[in-house]
Write a protein that binds this ligand. Structure first.
Ligand code: GTP
Length: 597
């Protein structure tokens, strides 16, 4: 395609504002199969196709659109994930485009994730076309939302398009606006190949599939390419595009987005942001590239059934084939046995992986409390990073501890403002900004990430009945008065329950943990103290009273079958117990205690 007839754009939106529905409409109107139709079709036809994951993972759709000027344009729509954990994925998709559609729900207005994504888009010098969606809703207030976009984001809404992705209203206007306002890509057909590696994923049939944006030159089958940062060479064996169905084509030229395969076996061999060039005629300058993503939240994953350890290892390995952004290494715990210490981009990422392990791999897992990465300067001058609270060195050897901080943006209806401010204060937040925009407050807070991984998001949602939206980015490490708190059952520390907390919050957190464990651990024949301690100092304590000798006593003798049932149940329970010192702690106690952090 000639450069002047290519448009590369992404859609940015807050969750639920209608991004997928709009994308489906654009595909439908230009003649492709929509994602929904595809998945239905796929379901009808064969499961293999679906398992290939191409449609799910395919981030780009190429549309042919005949505009009102009579010319046929190639529109490349790049998908961007909406959640904060995947901000880096958003960034690399945006880097491959010249513009973006900013979809805002006409009834909801601007939300936190709208803002975060729009700023990234502006950083990439995008032309942004506002799309006010859901104008069919009775509660829609398009004019108010337009004013809000101008106020909050500071972009003009003169060319904003009004749509209802649901009824199909305004979809033609969106297509025209893309052609009219989003600039065509620049590039040189005759220069040596220079392409950006936007994404890659593993496909069981094709091997590793690489999504590319060509800047200069062209990519063809049979070409020997070089990944400039990795320094590796590969032979291109397939060049294609998604419509959204896979279509193999001869070549990709400047400004185009598509995929290649090159007999690569593992996603880990491809670096997102790397520059792909011609091995024989390389480009002189590589692209600036992306910073490598580092996991920021760690937790332990342990199989409930110790025999499933190898299966867990295998499953983690498979998931990693498609997601090089999470890490895992073996970990052993006295309480939980053998498992893995895993690193994630954020809490949602953690949940997704955990969910997939449970659902797709049928594993029964225990997850320890999520922890952030602490940096420590030791008295002997060494600097270490801590991924696991159990590895905390003796406090007397530590000079200082630093913890990661974030800057959070929260949007909320006025009435919840007070409780949200309190929540942020309670979590050691520092207020940076507070403004009102049309009945909603926009709050900016600096917060320790440690306080956010601990149920912050859930609290925020429940305080605001789901109306507040939240987004954050990291702003570096800062020194903090942090201590390791251990939980001791019958005077023995339970490693899986130890956590790093701010000294000021330790007592409350410790008391909470003790109360919880008290409810979760069944009575024994003896009294069991449960204590929270920092170093040797006990800061909270609960006691589980000793139990009456005969469990079946409450059956009043008569009913034999009931008595037997009770004993069977006890036996069953026994299997799932972990012996701790002389105390049996049921697996469920750990799970429940760890669930809430
Ligand atoms: P995520 O995929 O979760 O990020 O959401 P999304 O932004 O892609 O939103 P999606 O397209 O899934 O739409 C969210 C909900 O809004 C769905 O129930 C849609 O049917 C509905 N919806 C989308 N567009 C419109 C619209 O124009 N009018 C109305 N009334 N509902 C819409």
């Amino acid at each position: 395609a000639s450069l002047s007839q290519i448009r590369n754009f992404s859609i940015i939106a807050h969750i639920d504002h209608g991004k997928s529905t709009l994308a489906d409409r654009l595909i439908q109107q230009t003649g492709g199969l929509t994602a929904r139709e595809m998945s239905e079709q796929v379901l009808d036809n064969m499961d293999i196709e679906k398992e290939r994951g191409i449609t799910i993972k395919s981030q780009t759709v190429r549309l042919d659109y005949t505009a009102s000027d009579g010319k046929v344009y190639v529109l490349n729509l790049m998908d961007t994930p909406g959640h904060v954990d995947f901000a880096y994925e958003v960034s690399r998709s945006l880097a491959a485009c010249e513009g973006a559609l900013l979809v805002v729900d006409a009834a909801q207005g601007v939300e936190a994730q709208t803002l975060a994504n729009v700023y990234q888009s502006i950083e990439h010098d995008h032309i942004i076309v506002p799309v006010i969606n859901k104008v069919d809703l009775p509660a829609a207030e398009p004019e108010r939302v337009k004013a809000q976009i101008e106020d909050v984001i500071g972009i003009s809404t003169d060319d904003a398009v009004m749509t209802s992705a649901k009824t199909g209203l305004g979809i033609g206007d969106v297509l025209e606006a893309i052609v009219k306002f989003i600039p065509p890509p620049k590039g040189d057909f005759d220069a040596p190949l220079k392409a950006m590696l936007v994404d890659s994923w593993y496909d069981p049939y094709l091997g590793v599939v690489i999504l590319v944006r060509v800047i200069d030159g062209k990519l063809v089958k049979g070409q020997e390419i070089m990944m400039m940062a990795a320094g590796t060479k590969h032979l291109v064996d397939r060049v294609g595009v998604f419509r959204p169905k896979i279509e193999v084509i001869d070549a990709l030229g400047p400004g185009e987005i598509g995929f290649i395969t090159a007999q690569i076996k593992e996603v880990a061999q491809t670096n997102v942001g790397d520059t792909i060039t011609d091995a024989k005629k390389p480009t002189a300058h590589a692209l600036p590239g992306f910073k490598e993503v580092q996991p920021v939240v760690f937790c332990g994953l342990f199989p409930v059934d110790a025999a499933e350890f190898e299966k867990l290892r295998d499953s983690l390995g498979r998931l990693r084939l498609n997601d090089a952004s999470f890490s895992f290494e073996t970990e052993s715990s006295a309480a939980l046995g053998f498992g893995f210490r895993c690193g994630f981009l954020g809490l949602l990422h953690l949940e997704i992986i955990q969910e997939r392990l449970t659902r797709e791999y049928d594993l029964d897992l225990i997850t320890t409390a999520p922890s952030v990465v602490y940096k420590m300067l030791l008295r002997d001058g060494r600097e270490i990073e801590l991924h696991n609270p159990s590895d905390m060195p003796d406090p007397s050897t530590i000079e200082l501890i630093e913890e990661p901080w974030i800057e959070a943006t929260i949007f909320t209806p006025d009435e919840y403002l007070g409780s949200i401010l309190k929540l942020c204060q309670d979590r050691r937040g520092i207020q940076k900004n507070l403004t009102y925009v049309g009945g909603r407050a926009q709050i900016t807070y600096e917060l320790p990430l440690n306080e956010v991984v601990f149920d912050f998001y859930d609290r925020l949602k429940s305080i605001s009945r789901g109306y507040a939206s939240f987004d954050y980015h990291q702003i570096g490490h800062r020194e903090g008065d942090l201590v390791k708190m251990s939980i001791m059952v019958n005077a023995e520390p339970v490693d899986a329950l130890s956590m790093i907390v701010h000294r000021g919050a330790a007592e409350a957190r410790g008391r909470h943990m003790c109360e919880r464990m008290k409810d979760l651990i069944p009575r024994h024949l003896f009294k069991i103290p449960i204590q929270a301690a920092i170093g040797g100092k006990v800061i909270a304590r609960e006691t589980i009273a000793a139990m009456r000798k005969d469990v079946t006593a409450k059956c009043y003798g008569g009913d034999i079958s009931r008595k037997k049932k009770l004993l069977d149940k006890q036996k069953e329970g026994k299997k799932r117990m972990r012996q701790y010192g002389s105390v049996d702690i049921p697996q469920e106690a750990f799970i429940a205690a760890l669930r809430m952090g």
